[in-house]
Write a protein that binds this ligand. Structure first.
Ligand code: PBG
Length: 323
């Protein structure tokens, strides 16, 4: 029997060799840590469906932001959990609304040492829980919502957001918000577009994190999980409208989309490893079914390998510490 000329195993024979030939690496600077901040609490509130993740108080938020800087994490994505909600999401563009207050505090804490991003969507601020305004006939009003997003973007820019993360999936949201920011002299603020955002069961634990009141679903604005060509159309529109970064969400169940978007885009591509992806690993690990640390690293590496240059993950600080 002839011995094989090529022996791939030679390249795997020591840890040093495997490190030398690694095609994909993770770096803390590529990671973005999502943080929740809840109005009116003095202590962080743990989340049952996301073990290890909390709703921060303003004080603990500052500490978490400072820690992320020290660990070299690339960015923060802030979500607000307001005390009051109403039909139009007034808290979203109120300078005293929790998310805007939090942005100010975080910028005061970290300056420009880390990229500070804000989720730009109405769902945390509306009493019906939809990402936009709801018309009398019960449909989500696209163009009316764009006005709210523009106002929210200006409030977030004023509060110090380096990047606004448009996650509402309204048509034309990137172009509309870009124009509003530019008209207000804020062409310096970046837009991260949740370009391909699927209507996903994997957002389940997040809904607890922001105490969502949604009763129906988001099928009329978020994408059907089986559609891939549509994702490319969404990305193309967002790029035409001026998106600086495009994102695919969720990540692990949509790696084919991450790859396709990375091939299509000449801007940085982000992927959001969402709450359900986090919760699955944590729950399986807690039940002794999976090696937690290895599963975390493998999932992040897979997302990176698929073509995402930026990864939003609730494990960002923990992983940055080990890298
Ligand atoms: C909308 C928004 C959602 C998430 C991020 N931004 C929820 C949704 O679209 O229903 C989900 C994030 C996660 O599950 O980790 N503001």
């Amino acid at each position: 029997m002839a011995f094989p000329a090529h022996r791939p195993r030679r390249l795997r024979s020591t840890p040093a060799l495997r490190r030398l030939v690694a095609e994909t690496r993770l770096h803390p600077a590529d990671l973005v840590l999502p943080l929740f901040v809840r109005e009116g609490v003095d202590e962080p509130v743990p989340l049952t469906s996301m073990p290890g993740v909390v709703q921060h108080s303003l004080t603990s938020l500052r500490a978490a932001a400072r820690e992320a800087v020290e660990l070299g994490v690339g960015g923060l994505m802030l979500f607000g959990v307001p005390r009051q909600r109403d039909a139009v999401g007034s808290g979203a563009d109120d300078p005293d609304g929790i998310l805007n207050v939090a942005l100010r505090e975080v910028r005061d804490e970290v300056g420009d040492a880390i990229v500070v991003m804000a989720d730009l969507c109405l769902d945390e601020f509306t009493d019906h829980g939809h990402c936009g305004l709801v018309a009398d006939d019960g449909t989500v009003d696209n163009d009316g919502t764009l006005e709210r997003y523009a106002s929210m973007a200006l409030a977030q820019a004023d509060a110090g957001a380096h990047v606004v993360g448009l996650s509402g999936m309204m048509d034309g949201q990137v172009g509309h918000v870009r124009a509003a920011l530019d008209d207000a002299g804020r062409s310096d603020v970046l837009i991260l577009a949740y370009a391909a955002k699927y209507a996903s069961a994997f957002y389940g634990p997040f809904r607890e994190a922001v105490e969502s009141t949604l009763t129906g679903d988001r099928m009329t604005y978020q994408q059907d999980s089986g559609n891939a060509i549509e994702a490319l159309r969404e990305v193309r529109l967002d790029l035409d409208e001026g998106a600086d970064i495009v994102m695919v969400k969720p990540a692990l169940p949509y790696l084919d989309i991450v790859r396709a978007v990375a091939e299509e885009s000449d801007v940085p591509v982000a992927a959001y490893q969402v709450s359900g992806e986090y919760a699955m690993v944590e729950a399986a690990a807690a039940a002794g079914m999976i090696d937690r640390e290895r599963a975390i690293m493998e999932s992040l590496l897979a997302i990176r390998r698929a073509g995402a240059s930026i990864i939003l993950t609730y494990w960002a600080a923990e992983v940055a510490r080990t890298l």
